[in-house]
Design a protein around this ligand. Structure first.
Ligand SMILES: Nc1ncnc2c1ncn2[C@@H]1O[C@H](COP(=O)(O)OP(=O)(O)OP(=O)(O)O)[C@@H](O)[C@H]1O
Ligand SMILES: [Mg+2]
Length: 231
């Protein structure tokens, strides 16, 4: 089952001499539960791609279908709600709310949606994240790895079909980076979540299902680490 389908995506910034074709006719799709990585040089268009897929930026042309729904044919408000319920975002700079503790940060997307958290699910997630004994801590009282695990919890709490991660390990050492990859892998297996993750670190792509490379706005499928019909 296809969760993400990107067709002929183009994004051009600026005009005249300042014009940049950041994405050039990008097409690919991801299956349910697939964990894919995107690599590429700085300025190649990786974040632009992720932001267009997540509806944080608007493509110049092309379509993005998430679970069969066309993201850019929705009205702005519908797209915002769809994004909040169906897509989890993880960024390099964790972007936690400093005044909220670990548990409150994780629950934030549910509260925005006026949904009641189920305590057993929250406990299960905190356990998975290794944050049970830090649930009442503020972000400023956490290590970098703990902050990123909180941000991952916030992306997972709504059980989104699609998780988009832009350099989630960019501010972490190699040990914490491996932990983050392991957590994301577990999420994709356990909850059949589809993950698209940007990384600079080629060694972190060793365990993912598929690797894409973006170079100067052009996406190439470098294939998978797994045999196609294994899934
Ligand atoms: N808002 C913007 N206005 C104009 N140009 C932009 C804008 N955002 C990005 N660009 C340009 O688009 C290109 C792709 O940028 P993007 O942020 O997608 O790169 P990236 O691959 O994520 O790089 P990095 O690895 O450094 O994060 C770059 O050349 C950049 O200068
Ligand atoms: Mg980027």
């Amino acid at each position: 089952m296809e969760i993400l389908k990107v067709q002929n995506l183009c994004k051009t910034y600026g005009k005249g001499e300042a014009k940049v074709d950041a994405l050039k006719n990008v097409s690919f799709s991801l299956e349910k539960g697939e964990f894919a990585a995107v690599i590429g040089e700085s300025g190649s268009g990786k974040s632009t791609l992720l932001n267009c897929i997540g509806g944080l930026d608007v493509p110049t042309s092309g379509t993005v279908l998430i679970d069969g729904q066309n993201l850019f044919s929705m009205k702005d408000e519908a797209r915002t709600i769809f994004r909040r319920r169906g897509i989890g975002f993880i960024f390099q700079a964790f972007q936690l709310v400093p005044e909220l503790n670990v548990e409150q940060n994780i629950l934030f997307p549910l509260l925005l949606d006026y949904r009641q958290p189920k305590q057993d699910e929250v406990d299960e997630l905190l356990e998975l994240l290794g944050l049970k004994d830090r649930r009442k801590h503020l972000p400023s009282q956490l290590s970098g790895g703990q902050q990123q695990r909180t941000a991952i919890g916030r992306a997972l709490i709504t059980r989104p079909k699609l998780i988009l991660a832009d350099e989630p390990t960019g501010n972490l050492d190699s040990r914490n980076s491996q932990d983050v990859i392991a957590l994301l892998t577990r999420a994709s297996r356990r909850f059949q979540q589809t993950i698209l993750m940007i990384t600079h670190n080629r060694s972190l792509t060793a365990s993912v299902d598929r690797v894409f490379q973006v170079s100067d706005g052009v996406l190439t499928d470098l294939g998978g680490n797994k045999i196609e019909n294994e899934k």
